[in-house]
Design a protein. Structure first.
Length: 180
């Protein structure tokens, strides 16, 4: 915010300030609009306004709350997964945001629980029942390498046209499913 104030005090336009500090024009324009004191921009005022507007995080699953008791009861007694608990709460209380809690929040609540019998029981009630959560790996190619593969361009002419049956079959003797 200070570079914005300096640029505007030097008489630069918002676009010139944007080029100088490398931010989006919309972001800088919004910051200027929110930090105006009269006709001039004040970085301190902008910072205070941003701090005031920042949303406070609300913890829904706190010890002893009715929601927490309902969630733990559903997991321990009914053997529901966090996804099932979330879905049921949304069905039972469609208009009440206080009862809407995401499955991820429930998982975090379970795994952040202090060590003890209740934590062990909650983790054991989950489908996987692991003591730790393992993050999903994305983008990893799990297929095995194909060996001794000929290029598609090396096919005979009659195979390229696919006129003769048998020239467009798959190689099922290679790849990850071969040893299944």
């Amino acid at each position: 915010r200070n570079p914005i104030q300096r640029g505007l005090n030097e008489g630069l336009s918002i676009r010139a300030v944007v080029r100088r500090i490398g931010r989006s024009p919309g972001t800088v324009s919004r910051a200027v609009r929110r930090g105006l004191v009269g006709e001039t921009y004040d970085a301190v005022q902008g910072r205070e306004e941003a701090r005031r507007r920042r949303r406070k995080g609300v913890r829904k699953l706190v010890a002893g709350s009715i929601l927490t008791n309902a969630v733990t009861h559903a997991i321990l007694q009914r053997k529901w997964s966090p996804e099932q608990v979330t879905g049921r709460l949304r069905m039972d209380y469609p208009g009440d945001q206080q009862w809407h809690v995401s499955h991820e929040t429930i998982y975090r609540f379970i795994y952040a629980h202090p060590a003890g019998e209740r934590r062990r029981a909650l983790i054991a009630a989950l489908c996987q029942g692991h003591a730790r959560r393992t993050p999903r790996t994305r983008g990893k190619d799990r297929r095995g390498p194909l060996r001794n593969i000929r290029s598609i361009r090396e096919r005979p002419v009659e195979a390229r046209d696919r006129e003769i049956p048998g020239h467009f079959q798959l190689r099922l003797d290679q790849g990850p499913l071969f040893n299944v």
